[in-house]
Design a protein around this ligand. Structure first.
Ligand code: SF4
Length: 152
């Protein structure tokens, strides 16, 4: 049974016993090891999105996936993820759900983002209107059909 933390569904690892026959077909393949057949997980690069959904996955960012993995590693306890002492774990810098290598957002970009959000908000409030540069709206232009013979 899974648990939900911070909007992320944490799934317990699938064991061979817990997988349905369909999931086994979709998610695994056979390889030969010393002339013996062995079931292994498929290369995700060859798994379609529909198949991923069949396995119970949903589209999330790599950052969110790492965060979910860390929560799984710590039995779903966000405080334990925060306190993690495995400093050399590749996930350690990512464990709080943000990319530590991304350059900080400049004030100029922050303002541009606020302007875009204001415009989107204004458009949502007044569908069909044209937002100005500051997000203000003007009524939508309307086309009034000319009456036959009126313009002549
Ligand atoms: S960073 Fe810590 S919590 Fe995350 S996977 Fe590594 S050991 Fe587990």
């Amino acid at each position: 049974m899974g648990a939900s933390h911070e909007g992320l569904e944490i799934k317990e690892g699938m064991t061979e016993m817990s997988r349905s026959p369909e999931q086994n077909t979709v998610g695994t393949e056979t390889r030969l090891v010393d002339s013996r057949e062995e079931r292994i997980g498929r290369d995700p690069r060859s798994v379609s999105q529909a198949e991923l959904r069949q396995l119970g996955h949903t589209p999330i960012s790599a950052t969110a996936a790492i965060r979910a993995r860390c929560l799984d590693c710590c039995a779903g306890q966000p405080g334990e993820v925060r306190a993690c002492m495995a400093l050399s774990c590749p996930s350690w810098p990512w464990r709080m759900g943000s990319n530590p290598w991304r350059a900080p957002v400049s004030e100029q970009r922050r303002q541009a983002g606020r302007r875009i959000m204001a415009q989107l908000h204004a458009r949502r409030q007044n569908p069909g209107s044209e937002p100005g540069p500051g997000g203000e709206t003007t009524p939508a232009a309307t086309t009034v059909p000319a009456e036959a013979g009126a313009a002549e």
